[in-house]
Design a protein around this ligand. Sequence first.
Ligand SMILES: *Cc1c(COP(=O)(O)O)cnc(C)c1O
Length: 484
Amino acid sequence: MKNQSTELLFELSRSGRRCHRLPQVDLPIGPAEELIPSDFLAAAPPALPEVGEIDLIRHFVNLSARNMSIDTNFYPLGSCTMKYNPKRHERLSALPGLADLHPLTPDEASQGMLQILWELQNILAEIAGLHAVSLQPAAGAHGELTALLVAAAYFRDRGEKRSRVLIPDSAHGTNPASAVIAGFDVVSVKSNNKGLTDLDDLKAKLDERTAVFMITNPNTLGLFDDQIQTITEMLHGHGALVYLDGANMNAILGKTRPGDFGIDMMHYNVHKTFTGPHGAGGPGAGPIAVRHTLDEYLPAPVVVKVGDEYRLDNDRPKSIGRVRSFFGNVGILLRGYFYIRTLGPDGLREVTENAVLNANYLLACLKHAYDVPYGDRCMHEFVASAKALRKERKISAMDVAKRLLDFGYHAPTVYFPLVVPEALMIEPTETESKETLDGFAAAMLQIKDEDPEFLAQAPHTLGISRPNEVQAAKTPKLTWKPSS
Ligand SMILES: *Cc1c(COP(=O)(O)O)cnc(C)c1O
């Protein structure tokens, strides 16, 4: 296939080729040495590729077409909520009054933007059932860190020394990472045989050293932990706080509110739940919502409304300070705001209903063929296991994931959560049609019966098949040297 060329731009280079040529200037020109001090001159000209414009354009357009994206392929990447990004929100957030606003514009001259951000703070507080919001964190993991710093400030202020954060063994890796960066020791809490928090283990590990329990609910197995009220009461009984990793809010929008089930602080992943386009590592937005007892520690500034005026409030003496330059990733916050305002409360509730319906439909299509260790039912995603397939037919989760690429599907999340061996974590989202789900299910059923040796070589239709992923990540080859 033409667009599968793996030639580098440097390899296309031919000496003297140019995209365009300017006419000779009619002024005297001299060598660079006469114009620029020698300290600033390179020893040799840079080895830039020399190509014609059409070759340049084809190179980059074809490269871009080799990417998978939500606009080109079904993308059931569990835990990432890869839903369609409505183009309306792109258009609205690109309006010049928003996109061209300089972040140092005085408050008086950015009232419209401040009003949007103020309203977004209030909307996110309401969806959370909590009281105050900081829009600053740039991603979910950054929200976790920010909230844990808020918790640390809260306990410091109360003169309490609490050093531990408890985290279930099914949690996302960012949870323990954030806790360690915030200066806490991490204690892992077991899951029980239903995939939910093991209350006995939690009880055994809970004491006066516990600062925070971080829970993802629904959890990364796609299960809602219905013991949550008991859990939050247990934690509060010991004076500790409960944090919700809100990456799975797509499963509960408008149905239940974290604040109502006892959560003290949480983050949103605006780029997941509220359709900021994501992938390839960013950009994101990870606002946090907190109970009123934690409000005064939130990062400064927050947007406040005084009379009819909106302004950035920096006068917050107990604030943990700024966690992001300017006001966070406002471009992504705007997309989230337009999404929420477009759908309204009823629309958001429907998002959740359809996300859960789609996931359960796919689960029903697949569970006779793949093991789904926890749950006959799921929330917005489920985790299948290729453990038996591996044992009986030597087909691994990785083989299934790689082979799906041949069918034009992005692979599900694999080998996460860690509590499921050979995990295939599938999240279809509410934006996919029944036909798309049926097509994906048919591919999954076909793959399981294919020749294991054939699968071990998959994908068969892409330019690159099975790179050494560890080597590619740890020692990427990023330079090119002319072969002469
Ligand atoms: C995505 C995710 C995170 C991290 O969020 P980022 O926005 O990628 O930093 C944390 N926890 C869970 C469960 C997630 O799915």
